[in-house]
Design a protein around this ligand. Structure first.
Ligand code: HEM
Length: 426
């Protein structure tokens, strides 16, 4: 990626370096306290040991550093996400409380909205990204995957290895999804920088965010310019949003903000979903052998990788009233952090959760969220993941790490900076 975020070894802890501002707030009585900073470099580099400690601390716990409630268990994370009246999104789905602070950008009309506003925007985007509409781009997405993978196999033959991030997981989503939205090719790498900044902005104002935000002005301007109707190819997903405005389903002022939702949520997520899936397969050669033997396992393999190494790790909610969760009272106006990735390895939900098993079929995982805000782009994400994994399985006998992968730390995403892979081709 083209950002200046520090690159860290994928394994092992580094010293925490968060410049977060601690909020005031004493620990509420009767709630387990976790002295942890989920946005520190150390935590983000290897979150899994802390995830386990948090799950074991209780169904709900308190993080004093930010004066927030949190949950890391599947049952409670699911309950929070499915009770959108109690746990609202309109106060922001990051640490910032929009009831007290001004959002750094105009708030999302879908992600950061509650019904009935959310329902209106959601029905437009859900129709555009429905299985039926996405089926119409399947052939194009498949052809692009084939062309790219043929080229990469050649590169692996001539150069001995590829960087699965720079050569593949960043290239493919950056090509197919913005094409489908109808965006011009020039300057598209901005979407990676923008995604990096947006997902950092759900966390505290730590160094990761400060560094990403240095570029915010030109990026925001570029994105908003490219969300205008005249910049979008007729018939693409972006243009379909404007057609919904023509039909009176949303206003013309709302249309560019919904195009922005596609561009901010639709690239960095799949980039890291695909990157993490390739890392999982390289680290588990016996699982890759099963995929190679039966490429129709590509879809469940992608799904399991989303559970095992969730690209989106966390999201916040805010309580609209005094809430009661597993016997704990959470006062109105509290920020509540849901650890999606920790829920995805909760032994209360998954047998042998630390095992990466491409035949698991992990239905009910939280990698796409749950409830009314559950990822509206999941059909697209699954299509991209499936096409890449199936295309590799058809061409590559075995894949293995050719060097140490590096992580790109982000307050919300589990992201990779590089993934050197050796591909043994048929
Ligand atoms: C592997 C890839 C992806 C992952 C892991 C992912 C994850 C998520 C998660 C966890 C949420 C829930 C947010 C919440 O509950 O507050 C979400 C919502 C959303 N996603 Fe995705 N996403 C992915 C791909 C995409 C794609 C390709 C798009 C295409 C536009 C997209 C667009 C959105 C939008 C607009 C929302 C907000 C939905 C709402 O609030 O109703 N995502 N995503």
């Amino acid at each position: 990626m083209n950002d200046n975020a520090p690159e860290q070894p994928a394994q092992g802890l580094t010293p925490g370096g968060s410049a977060a501002i601690a909020r005031s707030g004493n620990a509420p009585a009767g709630v387990p306290v976790m002295d942890v900073d989920p946005f520190s470099d150390a935590f983000l580099t290897d979150p899994y040991p802390d995830h386990e400690r948090m799950r074991e601390a209780g169904p709900v716990f308190w993080i004093p550093k930010y004066a927030i409630y949190a949950s890391a268990r599947h049952e409670q994370v699911r309950a929070i996400l499915n009770d959108h009246a109690t746990y609202i999104s309109s106060a922001g789905v990051g640490l910032a409380d929009f009831n007290k602070e001004t959002p750094f950008r105009p708030r999302s009309l879908i992600l950061e909205a509650d019904p009935p506003d959310h329902t209106r925007a959601r029905s437009v985007l859900a129709r555009i990204l429905s299985p039926r509409t996405v089926m119409q781009v399947r052939a194009t997405f498949a052809a692009e995957a084939e062309t790219l993978l043929d080229r990469l196999v050649e590169k692996a033959r001539s150069e001995g290895e590829i960087d699965a991030v720079k050569d593949l997981s960043e290239v493919y989503p950056l090509k197919v999804f913005p094409d489908a939205v109808g965006l011009e090719s020039e300057g598209r790498e901005m979407l990676l920088l923008y995604g990096n900044m947006i997902f950092n902005a759900f966390g505290p104002r730590n160094e990761l965010l400060v560094r990403a935000a240095e570029k915010v002005k030109p990026l925001t301007q570029w994105i908003m310019d490219h969300c205008k109707r005249e910049m979008l190819r007729p018939g693409g997903f972006g243009d379909m949003i404007y057609q919904a405005a023509d039909a009176g389903e949303i206003s013309l002022d709302e249309a560019p903000l919904l195009v922005r939702s596609f561009l901010s949520a639709g690239v960095d997520t799949t980039v890291n979903g695909i990157g993490n899936a390739l890392l999982c397969l390289a680290q588990h050669p016996e699982q890759y052998a099963r995929l190679r033997a039966d490429p129709s396992l590509a879809r469940p393999a992608f799904e399991e990788a989303l559970r095992y190494e969730s690209a989106v790790q966390t999201f916040f909610r805010t309580t609209s009233v005094d809430a009661s969760l597993s016997g704990i009272t959470i006062p109105a106006g509290s920020k509540v952090l849901t650890f999606l990735a920790a829920a995805n390895r909760d032994p209360r939900q998954w047998p042998d959760p630390e095992r990466f098993d491409i035949e698991r079929r992990p239905s009910g995982h939280m990698a796409f969220g749950s409830g009314i805000h559950g990822c509206v782009g999941q059909v697209v994400a699954r299509l991209e993941g499936e096409l890449i994994l199936a295309g590799i399985a058809k061409r590559v006998k075995s894949l293995s790490l050719a060097g140490k992968p590096t992580r790109r730390l982000n307050n919300t995403l589990r992201a990779l900076a590089s993934l050197p892979l050796k591909l043994e081709t048929a």
